[in-house]
Design a protein around this ligand. Structure first.
Ligand code: ADP
Ligand code: ADP
Length: 227
């Protein structure tokens, strides 16, 4: 089963070609790392797959949804139902404790507050931070913040988890814990797309490496962790 299918995707910003004909397929259960120099189009690629931006040409299909056929409302719904995202700087809401940061993701899709909090607590528990549920992001360590962000991303059981430099702001020990968490999630079937500069993250967590250069796929190869 194919989760991500990009076919001939171009993205231009004025004269600048951020993506220059990208075709890429990610199958269910794969963990794919995208690497490449700064400015080569990695974030643009993530934005296309997440439905946060639209290609200038080409098609993007995620879990059977052709994103080109969705209007803004459809894209927002698609994002909430199909995509989980984690970021280098966590993007938690500072004025909500950990549990509410996680629960909000489900309430936004229409789940009742009670059910959302129940599932949020379950996830925090699975990620080993249930005891931090009432703590605000400012009082959490970096590693704890990223685990809260992972719990939030998993709330709606996304078909695809996107990670943008998920260990980039963490010390090496917390970074390794987050890598182990990503590996665990992939081992229970979560499809992952990770953008990173860190070869160690790619090597440890991914089953396939996609090397980007100048808005194109320059090279693809299997990594140690086979899906
Ligand atoms: P990476 O994530 O690999 O560093 P990006 O996808 O962020 O690369 O950027 C690819 C190219 O597109 C860069 O030259 C960048 O400056 C340009 N770019 C990205 N977003 C925009 C935008 N919103 N407007 C104009 N140029 C952009
Ligand atoms: P917006 O105001 O951009 O529509 P949303 O209402 O979609 O934002 O989301 C509210 C909060 O939940 C934001 O902080 C956002 O980062 C987070 N969020 C939304 N969807 C996801 C997701 N799929 N994975 C992780 N965080 C998400």
């Amino acid at each position: 089963q194919v989760v991500v299918h990009l076919d001939g995707v171009h993205k231009e910003y004025g004269d600048l070609k951020a993506l220059d004909g990208v075709s890429l397929e990610i199958r269910a259960g794969e963990a794919v790392a995208v690497m490449g120099p700064s400015g080569c189009g990695k974030s643009t690629l993530l934005n296309m797959v997440a439905g946060l931006d639209r290609p200038s040409a080409g098609t993007v299909r995620v879990n059977g949804h052709d994103l080109g056929g969705l209007n803004e409302t459809g894209l927002a719904l698609f994002r909430r139902r199909q995509i989980g995202m984690i970021f280098q700087f966590f993007n938690l809401l500072d004025d909500l404790p950990a549990l509410d940061n996680v629960a909000l993701a489900a309430q936004l899709t229409g789940t009742s507050a009670k059910q959302a909090r129940h599932r949020a607590l379950e996830l925090l528990d699975e990620l080993g931070i249930a005891d931090r549920r009432n703590t605000y992001p400012a009082a959490l360590s970096g590693g704890e913040r990223q685990r809260v962000a992972v719990a939030r991303a998993l709330m709606n059981r996304p078909a695809l988890l996107l990670a943008d430099e998920p260990t980039g702001a963490l010390d090496s020990r917390s970074g390794e814990q987050v890598m182990d968490l990503l590996i665990d999630l992939n081992q229970i079937g979560q499809t992952l797309l990770i953008v990173t500069h860190d070869p160690k993250l790619a090597d440890r967590c991914a089953s396939r490496l996609v090397e980007f250069a100048d808005g194109r796929v320059a090279r693809e190869r299997a990594l140690g962790r086979q899906a």
